[in-house]
Write a protein that binds this ligand. Structure first.
Ligand code: HEM
Length: 527
């Protein structure tokens, strides 16, 4: 009898934490939060104690967010650990909050992994909305504004041509399948090197001469490592402060990544600095600009290394991912390629490569680019913003420090805006002659082409260079090659890689040059 009583007591004690959690859960509903006027936060899925909705997000959180958007509407709330998130799934809400109320909706949560460890509180991407962010964004913009991009379009032009030539050489003139991935087994990172060379030139005034240059492997490894450890909703440790004291593998990886970024890109800054000190004529680049203004702008070495890292991460894996999605999906659409070839042959002919100036005259190719970006946005969840003071929107309370996520998956698959949204159909953009940067300024947000570059005051500052780079590479690949699947190797795009930036799983395609004049031009490109 005594023994039975003891074991009941022991069981009750061991169950105590679970019982307390359960009682807390039923007595305090975190989603019942309201302001002093009784405005409640928007509803959403309830989640479980301590973890909130974290366990339900699955490998592809965008798909779960899309499912919840169907039940809870265009602005709903979820908790991940102790952090309140609100999910925006509608263009009008996105514009009302993020754009029209940009002074309140432009903060960033200082995520433990991304902001505090990897970026050490510096740079642009992860910095709160304050004067330091303004200063760094202003400096970055010196290299990303329209005049700057015009001044180095010849670089983007050259690297796009080099990409064609490398793919052609790698395929042994179309005889062998190729994998234009960024990183992975048996792949040759030509797309990655193209984006990398553009960013190396802009940031450090240098480039790599071949995919075998060790900087190609290092830089692409770093940007992939970043994409794999900084998903906006993928690290529980970001939302449960207690976990931040434990020796978790993700914390170890983040610290290594921080050290590697500072060593690699801080090292390149030191090289530029050394050249400048020795009187060598250093090409204009972001590093040179930062070194010239570091005293007046009070930039230390870590500031410069992390700002340069923001370019090398923000500008490499991103544009390369769009090129990869394009290369992986286009072989399945010979009819779409055929239409683009007709347009290219009519407007450009086969004796020269398409250029930036041709874009307005190639509406079908322009539409292909937009449709790739709509269907395969590498950043379905963007980089979330935070709210810097309490706000009420249509009677719903949005507390200070709420993390706001643009649910672009749902916005890009809205049946009212995009008929049969699951189908890859460039025709839907045929009458849209705007660039994405122009489109982001449309007064009617439901007409914006897509939301791949984010919105509001923190919209991607690299949008102009990214668009040019993507146009040059994709229009030239269409111009030069007939792309097809390797017989018997269907490319599956349902599964993909990466936690913040998504790219296709390894794949192979065949390329065939579109005629002798094309071969002549390919052979004449110098790598
Ligand atoms: C396909 C290419 C690209 C995509 C899809 C992309 C996407 C994004 C997104 C979604 C954001 C967050 C926007 C927001 O908070 O609303 C962002 C921010 C940023 N991007 Fe890009 N980006 C691309 C290319 C580039 C390039 C070429 C650069 C060149 C340096 C760049 C640098 C940055 C920086 C520094 C930020 C942080 C801005 C801030 O927090 O104020 N990105 N990008």
């Amino acid at each position: 009898m005594h023994l039975v009583f003891n074991s009941i007591i022991i069981s009750l004690i061991s169950l105590l934490p679970a019982i307390i959690c359960y009682l807390l859960y039923i007595s305090i509903d975190p989603l019942s939060l309201q302001d002093e006027h009784g405005n409640k936060i928007s509803s959403g899925p309830r989640g479980i104690p301590i973890l909130g909705s974290f366990p339900f997000l699955t490998k592809y959180p965008e798909l779960t967010l899309n499912r919840w958007a169907k039940s809870f509407g265009s602005l709903y709330s979820i908790y991940l650990g102790n952090q309140l998130f609100m999910i925006i799934s509608d263009p009008v809400v996105a514009k009302d909050l993020i754009v029209n109320n940009g002074s309140t909706f432009s903060g960033r949560k200082e995520m433990f992994i991304k902001s505090q460890i990897v970026f050490a509180g510096r740079g642009i991407t992860a910095t709160p909305y304050n004067d330091t962010w303004r200063k760094h964004r202003r400096i970055a913009f010196k290299w990303l504004n329209q005049n700057a991009v015009d001044s180095y379009t010849d670089v983007l032009d050259r690297e796009a041509s080099v990409l064609l030539k490398s793919l052609w050489d790698e395929s042994k003139k179309g005889r062998l399948p190729i994998n234009p991935q960024v990183l992975g087994l048996s792949c040759s990172p030509h797309a990655g090197r193209c984006s990398l060379n553009n960013m190396l030139t802009i940031t450090f005034g240098t480039r790599t001469d071949s995919i075998h240059d060790s900087l190609v492997q290092t830089a692409l490894r770093l940007s992939r490592a970043f994409m794999n450890c900084t998903g906006p909703m993928s690290n529980l440790v970001d939302f449960i402060p207690l976990l931040q004291r434990l020796p978790l593998p993700i914390i170890h990886r983040a610290k290594n990544l921080h050290n590697d970024l500072v060593e690699t890109y801080g090292g390149l800054i030191k090289m530029v600095e050394g050249d400048m000190a020795s009187g060598i004529d250093v090409k204009d680049c972001l590093a040179k600009t930062m070194l010239e203004i570091r005293d007046e702008e009070q930039l230390d070495h870590l500031d410069m290394a992390i700002l340069a890292s923001a370019f090398m991460i923000g500008g490499v894996e991103t544009t390369a991912a769009v090129m990869q999605w394009f290369s992986a999906l286009i072989p399945a659409y010979p009819d779409i390629q055929q239409k683009s070839h007709e347009e290219l042959d009519r407007v450009v002919g086969r004796d020269r490569l398409p250029t930036i100036e041709d874009e307005p005259n190639l509406p079908y190719c322009h539409a292909i680019v937009k449709e790739v970006e709509r269907c395969y946005n590498p950043f379905w969840l963007g980089t979330p913003h935070t709210v810097t003071s309490n706000f009420v929107y249509q009677g719903k309370f949005i507390p200070k420090d709420t993390v706001m996520v643009l649910n672009t998956w749902t916005m890009h698959h809205d049946e009212n805006r995009f008929k049969n949204p699951e189908i890859f159909d460039p025709e839907r953009y045929l009458n849209d002659s705007l660039t994405s940067s122009q489109s982001s300024n449309l007064s009617d947000p439901s007409q914006r082409d897509h939301w791949m570059f984010g919105a509001g005051r923190r919209i991607c500052p690299g949008i102009l260079v990214a668009e040019r780079e993507i146009w040059l590479t994709i229009s030239r690949m269409l111009w030069a090659f007939q792309m097809s699947e390797v017989p018997g190797q269907k490319i599956d795009l349902k599964e993909y890689d990466g936690k913040s930036g998504r790219s296709p799983l390894p794949f192979q395609i065949m390329i065939q040059a579109r005629g002798e004049s094309v071969v002549k031009i390919l052979e004449g490109i110098e790598g």
